[in-house]
Design a protein around this ligand. Structure first.
Ligand code: MN
Length: 428
């Protein structure tokens, strides 16, 4: 199974790529995430693996024969593990590949990263229970969680066409806004633009329509995880969301990090999955011994903000919140896959599942400004002399993720970053 620990996780393993061995490096030889890169705009995207400050071109290294990431993601779990073992052996210090693979390395500083694969469909879940509770409280102080929350992994179908790779900036959306005291709505740039700290789950292996994926097999269908920012226009959302849920408040832009950290790389960071006493047990199709024993994944998450003024002054981005995937999530990835297909729905190769906002239990560790500012009522302090309720033009948000466990090498997710550009004019 993908959660098995093997010799590729050995913390003593070192690479002949020196930077990979440095303390704090996000891409040591124990990580080996997959991404798509090119060295010039007129070149084809190629498949690379991050190692230290370099990208290993898998085709040039003779490991694969195509540039098609989606095809690679369709590999059976055993073939995925074999490929990981071959990359690990070839990059290990003292291995036989150093001489031949040197020419297959491209410095990250020279690699432009693309979306990690062709994304088919995109579904966004709502598994952050502290987020669901805090947002629910803004509307229903006495009864924040709706009665279905602990039974059904809540989600909505999003749109893949406007998912961008990290580094692609986007315009503040225009939309219909209606303030409580206005008689009619107006079309204007969103004034309540927010980020959502999420993880993205990439589906590798599809299921035929009508054949649900069981929770026991669910992770065979998952290739890996990336950081995901589901930018949200809260004012557009508030006016449009009833009765069918989010629509244009969510699909103007989403940002995903370029590297997919594989389920195999995450094996040492698995955690038991359980629920607070008194909560209902998941229905049988959402429950298994393996899911209880190690269904959760321990990922430390962080959100950094750099305002335009900070950038001009040369001030580094500041952390505005921190949380943890396992602590925030009420459901596991295997449960999401099993639930999504229980009705016979097909998940396709390259599909992306967003987890939903991963807020910590403490309000100061929330994964969105909506929560951090109590619905826009209490600004947060940013840097030395600025504050924010929602995002302003020129603000850059970067998500980061790290996995740490005693006795294992720390691995990272890289960065998921974009800057808010001014809205287009309304008449355009
Ligand atoms: Mn979301």
């Amino acid at each position: 199974v993908s959660s098995a620990i093997d010799e590729t996780h050995d913390p003593a393993l070192q690479s002949w790529v020196d930077a990979a061995n440095h303390d704090g490096c996000e891409f040591p030889i124990q990580n080996l995430p997959f991404g798509r890169f090119r060295e010039a705009a007129d070149m084809d995207w190629r498949i690379g693996v991050a190692i230290g400050d370099q990208v290993l071109d898998l085709r040039r290294a003779g490991l694969i024969d195509s540039h098609d990431m989606n095809r690679l993601m369709r590999l059976l779990p055993a073939a995925r593990r074999d490929l990981r073992a071959a990359i690990s052996a070839g990059l290990s210090r003292g291995g036989a590949k150093e001489a031949s693979w040197r020419s297959a390395l491209v410095p990250m500083s020279r690699a432009e990263m693309g979306l990690p694969c062709m994304i088919g469909d995109y579904t966004d879940f709502y598994i952050g229970i502290h987020h669901a509770t805090a947002v629910g409280k803004l509307f229903r102080p006495d009864n924040p969680l709706l009665p279905n929350y602990k039974w059904v992994p809540i989600g909505y179908h999003g749109r893949a066409s406007t998912i961008n790779v990290s580094g692609r900036d986007f315009r503040r959306p225009l939309g219909q806004l209606k303030s409580a005291d206005a008689a009619v709505p107006e079309v204007a740039p969103s004034r309540r633009l927010d980020f959502e700290l999420e993880l993205g789950v990439f589906i590798g292996r599809p299921n035929p329509q009508g054949q649900p994926i069981t929770i026991e097999n669910a992770e065979d269908h998952v290739f890996g995880l990336a950081l995901f920012n589901d930018w949200s226009a809260r004012d557009i959302q508030a006016w449009e969301y009833q009765p069918l849920g989010p629509f244009l408040s969510k699909n103007f832009a989403s940002t995903v990090s370029p590297w997919i950290v594989t389920m195999e790389a995450l094996a040492p960071f698995r955690r038991a999955y359980g629920r607070p006493s008194g909560d209902p047990a998941p229905l049988p199709y959402l429950d298994s011994p393996a899911n209880r024993a190690q269904g959760a994944i321990d990922v430390d998450l962080e959100v950094l903000l750099q305002t335009a003024r900070m950038r001009e002054a040369g001030t580094a981005p500041v952390a505005i919140t921190r949380s943890n995937f396992a602590d925030a999530a009420y459901w596991t990835i295997a449960q999401l896959v099993a639930h999504h297909t229980i009705n016979g729905c097909s998940l396709m190769n390259g599909d992306l599942l967003g987890t939903g906002t991963l807020s910590g239990a403490d309000p100061a560790t929330a994964g969105s400004l909506l929560e951090l500012t109590s619905g826009g009522k209490s600004p947060i302090k940013v840097g030395r002399d600025e504050q924010r309720t929602f995002l302003e033009d020129g603000d850059t948000i970067a998500l980061r993720g790290r996995c740490r466990r005693e006795g294992f090498r720390e691995i990272g997710f890289g960065e998921c970053r974009a800057t808010v550009l001014p809205a287009a004019s309304v008449s355009a």
